[in-house]
Design a protein around this ligand. Structure first.
Ligand code: F6R
Length: 363
């Protein structure tokens, strides 16, 4: 049932091209737009504010969605972890759209946050991977991810499918609201449709470089992750993957916040994983890498194919080029694999890490 892979997690990492392809398939038939018949155009046209509620990895997908929706559709988006949202007497009501992202559709805190928002008059959309799950029953509308069943406790393919759904939502909203011209929408749809191919090509190329980096650092007791813009949630997700399956302490920070505290953590040994793919903020990211380097710490950078970051990175993990907003779908994969290799080198059970459950139906 593991299809020749040593673990479910590795199998599911390799199913990510399909997870994205299935999720976008019939929704990206038009060259210049996205179809999401699940969502009423009138609802989308009227939306003034969006609040995303989720937990864990799903929350990171929400963070990426925020950048895309705000940039493309110019609708303000808040993101909150569900367990915080529900207990802060949130200001939410008619006119707001609340998106609950939950792979299982059964996470108690996310369901409670969605119900609270609905009671207060918001329209609630569920993004879930499981047909007929509780989230679909608690929501006004559901947009499914189509990742297939995920067995490994650490979310991988469901994450990329969630991120793909957030892009679809953002593009649909931008079309309905008229905030992106035809040309830009066509470009983004074209790029999005190429992602499954890019993921496949990257995985086929093998993981030699990642294995080397893992071997060099697997015995370390702390990793710092840095990113800016959509690179930040990628860093957060990379850090979560590493801590949950390898039990190594991690911190993930907005790169611009480094000198406000976490820089004090750096010493000669510290591996610092930096998401440094092509983007309008790459120059800023590079100056953060320099700050790390002068402290003698070790920069492991995720970089775009063809980019030359020279000596800024001690180790470079290369991902294909795509639109900078879509880059998380590619950039997260070497970080999943790095966490995976490190956990395996430490001899751990990656499919069932200690203390964790696949579905969290208690607070
Ligand atoms: C991390 C992980 C968890 C889940 C979280 C939410 O790898 O799997 O952080 O993302 O428990 O689960 P769902 O999406 O089912 O609500």
């Amino acid at each position: 049932e593991k299809g020749g892979f040593e673990t479910f997690m590795l199998k599911e990492i390799h199913e990510q091209a399909d997870a994205v392809a299935e999720t976008i398939a019939d929704r990206t038939v038009r060259p210049d737009g996205v179809d999401l018949p699940e969502l009423d155009d009138e609802l989308l046209r009227g939306v003034k504010r969006i609040i995303v509620v989720a937990c864990g990895t799903s929350y990171h997908a929400g963070l990426i969605g925020r950048y895309a929706i705000e940039e493309w559709a110019r609708v303000p988006v808040e993101t909150d972890v569900a367990s915080e949202f529900r207990y802060r007497n949130p200001v939410v009501g008619p006119g707001d759209v609340v998106i609950g992202i939950t792979q299982s559709g059964e996470t108690l805190d996310t369901l409670a946050a969605m119900r609270l928002a609905r009671e207060r008059g918001a329209t609630v959309i569920a993004v879930t991977n499981i047909m007929g799950s509780q989230a679909t029953r608690d929501a006004d509308a559901t947009v499914y991810t189509r990742a297939g069943l995920e067995i490994g406790v650490a979310a991988t393919k469901t994450f990329v499918a969630q991120v793909a759904v957030m892009y679809l939502l953002a593009l649909r909203l931008a079309e309905v609201k008229g905030t992106l011209d035809d040309e830009r929408r066509t470009e983004l749809v074209t790029r999005l449709k190429r992602i499954p191919h890019d993921i496949g090509a990257m995985l086929e190329r093998g993981t030699e470089k990642i294995d080397l980096v893992a071997e060099r650092h697997y015995a370390k007791d702390f990793f710092l992750y840095l990113g800016r813009h959509v690179g930040l949630p990628v860093g957060l997700e990379g850090a979560l993957k590493l801590k949950e399956i390898s039990y190594i302490a991690t911190d993930a920070y907005a790169a611009g916040e480094m000198k406000h505290g976490p820089i004090a953590l750096l010493d000669q040994d510290t591996p610092v994983v930096v998401v440094a793919t092509d983007s309008p903020v790459l120059e800023k990211v590079i100056s953060n890498m320099q700050e790390v380097r002068v402290r003698g710490a070790h920069v492991i950078a995720v970089v775009s194919e063809g980019a030359d970051l020279g000596e800024h990175a001690a180790e470079a993990l290369v991902v294909p080029q795509t639109d900078w907003m879509l880059q998380p779908l590619l950039a997260v994969i070497p970080l999943q694999l790095l966490a995976y290799r490190i956990a395996r080198l430490r001899g751990l059970n990656v499919d069932q890490p200690r203390n964790l459950a696949k579905t969290v139906t208690v607070e």
